[in-house]
Structure formats: structure tokens, C-alpha cells
Design a protein around this ligand. Structure first.
Ligand code: ZN
Length: 109
């Protein structure tokens, strides 16, 4: 039996139709990322990435990451390229490690 992907276990990623609709919306001018319906600029870091992404190449990034409770809702997603999306997840992991270390030191003090 196929494992179900409900809104609880996957951060609200949804089914294939939901994911397609999300990408189409991020490409659209209405989303506010400067998209023209076909391409949109990678929104991870406007100053360091000039990359344009399309429906096929887009990575949908959660601004508040899943590990902190961020969900796939319009107010929490942005289009990114593969490289930035990868960098961001590494950065977030580094930040989380630093926060955990701070907490351990606070508890130990
Ligand atoms: Zn990028």
C-alpha cells in the first residue's frame, strides 16, 4: 500500500497537483517575485544570485524551514534555484547547531 502524504507528516507539501499549483503561482506576477508566468528570479538572495528559474528548475523554498514549523503556504514560500536552495539548507543547519550549542551553554551555566 502506498504511504499517504498528509498535511501532518510532510509540512503540508501536498500532492502533485498542489505542488504544481504552487510552482505556477510562484512564477506568476501575482506572487510578487517578479515572475512573468514562465520565469522568475531566484529569491534566495537577490544580491548574490541572478539566476532565473522556470517551472522545471525551480526549488520551492520555505522561508521558515520545516524543522521550525514552517509550512508550504503562500506567505512562507519563495522560488529559488538549486544552488541557493542547497546553500540555504546548509546555512539553516549551521544556525540550528549554533542555537542548540547556545542553549546547552545556558542550561549548563
Ligand atoms: Zn539562486
Amino acid at each position: 500500500m502506498k504511504k499517504s502524504t498528509n498535511a501532518n507528516g510532510d509540512g503540508g507539501r501536498g500532492n502533485a497537483r498542489d505542488r504544481a499549483a504552487r510552482r505556477m503561482w510562484l512564477l506568476s506576477p501575482e506572487a510578487g517575485f517578479g515572475g512573468n508566468g514562465e520565469k522568475v528570479q531566484c529569491a534566495a538572495a537577490m544580491d548574490r544570485c541572478e539566476g532565473l528559474v522556470s517551472y522545471e528548475t525551480m526549488n520551492v523554498d520555505r522561508i521558515v524551514p520545516g524543522c521550525l514549523g514552517g509550512r508550504y503556504v503562500r506567505t512562507n514560500i519563495r522560488p529559488t534555484c538549486f544552488t541557493c536552495n542547497n546553500d540555504l539548507s546548509h546555512e539553516q543547519k549551521r544556525e540550528l547547531r549554533a542555537i542548540r550549542q547556545d542553549l546547552r551553554e545556558l542550561v549548563a551555566a
